[in-house]
Design a protein around this ligand. Sequence first.
Ligand SMILES: Nc1ncnc2c1ncn2[C@@H]1O[C@H](COP(=O)(O)OP(=O)(O)OP(=O)(O)O)[C@@H](O)[C@H]1O
Length: 929
Amino acid sequence: MSASAPVTPAKKIRSSPTTTPRKQLQEDKILVTVRVRPLTPRELASYDLIAWDSPDDNTLVSRNLNRHNALGTYTFDKVFDQSCSNKKVYEQGAKDVAFSAINGINATIFAYGQTNSGKTYTMRGIADNVIHDIYAHIHNAVESKFVLKFSALEIYNENVIDLLNRDCAPLRLLDDPEKGTIVDKLTEEVVNDAQHLRRLISACEAQRQVGETSLNDRSSRSHQIIKLSIESLLQDASGRVRSLLASLSLVDLAGSERAAQTNADGARLKEGSHINRSLLTLTTVIRKLSGGKKSGHIPYRDSKLTRILQSSLGGNARTAIICTMSPALSHVDQSRNTLSFATSAKEVTNNAQVNMVVAEKQLVKDLQKEVTRLKAELLSPEPSSSKCLRSLLREKEHIIQQMEREMNELKRERDLAQSQLEVARKLQKETKEPIQCVPSRQVAKCLSFSSENVSELSERKAHRRRRPLRQSTASIDPSTLVHEIRKLEMRQRQLGQEANHALELLHKEVSSHRVGNKDAAETIAKLLSDIKDMHANISLIPDDIEVKEKGNLKEEIGRLISEENTIASLEEKLENVQKSLDKLVLYNGEEDPDSRTPLKKKKTLPFKMSNNGSMPNFIRSPCSPAPSNLHGVENRNPESRGLLSPVNISQNKRTDEVTKITPISASKHPNSVDVRKIQMMFKTAAEDNIRSIKSYVTELKERVAKLQYQKQLLVCQVLELEEANDGGSDDTDLGGQTPIPRHLVFEDQRKQIIMLWHLCHVSIIHRTQFFMLFRGEPADDIYVEVELRRLTWLEQHLSEFGNASPALLGDEPAGPVASSIKALKQEREYLAKRVSTKLSAEEREMLYKKWDIPVEGKQRRRLQLVNCLWTDPLNMVNVKESAEIVAKLVGFCESGEHASKEMFALNFVNPSDKKAWMGWNLISNLLHL
Ligand SMILES: Nc1ncnc2c1ncn2[C@@H]1O[C@H](COP(=O)(O)OP(=O)(O)OP(=O)(O)O)[C@@H](O)[C@H]1O
């Protein structure tokens, strides 16, 4: 080996003892570097600004400190600025790790970053340099022989595709007790030389899924993993051949993306959601590993990407991650997410091992040689040592005999297993029944495919989970979906008209409240301007939508999505109006201490109930159907619901009433009325009016949120329908497999739901009701499917806001995530208040003891107890007990009159069905929009 040949530094590998153990362990952290690419021509053309500085080789600083974190400074093993070449990135960010593979240590190098940030550009550079250096090393290491094998795969829409054999069906992942996750039947080709290797890599690149998005003309739509197995054979001084076997994986991930930024729809949107989902699992795995929680549950199995990369993430490999990012100000949020990921990755420790292969045959040969040597020694004339040598000889012979016995036993077991399998296969052929017999434990242990059964089982479970949904969607006629879309649009317009009308009245009422101090006046002025803005916004919702005779589903969805912005800003405005109203209520309350109490009470409710705040109704929430007086609220106009007037009167009557009870007349003719009388009138009337307007705004918000949710659900349905029409590849190879018992499928789904509730910060009252109502009866299947699907969508939706859910990365959570967390906190506070009324003193004491709540202030103890509930989604005991306690606190019991499974029903109905979608009454509670 030449002196200049790169080697893994000595400190990184422990020296090899003479009696060679097969593996030597070393612990080291993932090498994390960040590469900032130059501005692209597109960014330059739009006069984008540079948002980051790199004062030295390890530091990245945000130029705008106020907008980002307090420090705005990130440090990594290396930071490569825009001027750095691929060569430099390779030399300083990958070479050392790559060369571990030559020394028998598995190595992985991957690029992570937002779409269009330069991952493919960087990984191409790494691959080029690696090939050059590895072959230079091989050329110089004359004493060793190398065998290189190449394989490549991509993960596209959660399917594993062989890039050397694209035409074959998607590949399965199997669990090997020795090697970890392996890709079944992945083609491997022996590499002849550097040229050959380059050709193989470019052939695979050409096969890879790429597509055009608005950010990148050639965006990678899949994760690509190129694997180079390197076996080096070295004869040592004693003539023994040692073989080191390791793999070098070069991973080019697909980029995280926001649908809004890439303008993705249809297939691109679907690809994007698969990409984001697997990246989310990757960030969760990294975050958990970085917290030093190796002993806890690490969700490697949640995506194929993390399953395949498992050994590179906290396992038997050395790993380098190059995080790529755009310097542009317009991508600053995405870049921050990348930096958060990189920061977590820095803390992850791997346990790399030197993989030494000593062939069984070689070992026997060695031992036989040793015996011969010892025999020869015995025969030599040295009596003093002969006794000791004889015993040594006996020992060696004994070892050889033992090994032979073991080998024979293994052979026998293998033959037995094979013959059992043959019999089972014959039986299966004859009876056409799936194999029912399970190999004996011992046989199963020595069968190489035993772990395959485990992974197959979970694959099939997952498949069965998907199948009913696909079937249910596939049976929907596309015209039904078009009809549903139209219905939504109608409701949207109706909502706009209602809001317009209501806002006119609101404007009138608010403009008459010219009372209170300067702050109140300012609040009123702001409220008026918000109302005016909202007016403008609502008029942007198209009144009439041109509908073609034969509606195209994609166009329909496209249009729905394009209206999203108007709805989103309407929601924002509603939020503002509500805030101003809250302030107004406060000022009015200050005027009259008597009126403050009821208002204050209302404000502390965790959910702002529409129309009334009565407790029984609240407790039926958040997923109960609307109480009878609200039934059908969806399709009625505000007049008939009396939302604007506290006395619930018709439109005509109300105008008179408002004139009578509100101080509009007073403000118009300030000198003609008794001021004291007006003040008295105002105190009661204004307070009531404000409360009803506030209720109205709240309800409007809820309905907008519902509408949004229905839209998203439709988009999902359309995507499912398309997938079903395409004939999903997952369906192909399941013929003749044993069906999984229903209860196992249910348990599996329930666990997923519980985890998703946790990740999405869903209301714990909702969790409790669902958990207690659905216990795995056949009729529950559809509800469980819908809940799972809804939550999966919600999780994606939330993660899109923060790319890979920032809440998971310990970053500052984005909008909807933050408000979900806030609402959950309020809900817990509300439940804590009920602890003393709903639980007896004995029950409380028992619970404090059981849940280890230390004795402190009364209030804090109750809150502490409630804060422990629903906090450990992996612990079913915690889940069950939490549900029982929350059920007690809200007065919910399974057989109670309030408990009805139908209240969880969703809109999969035929258009002929007149029942309005009532889904989650307080859907805003879940979406927190
Ligand atoms: N360091 C760099 N220097 C010059 N150009 C670069 C650099 N990094 C990336 N680019 C250019 O930026 C564009 C996007 O790069 P690339 O395709 O590698 O991004 P990506 O992160 O792989 O995107 P996606 O995730 O969408 O596949 C390309 O035109 C590429 O040539």
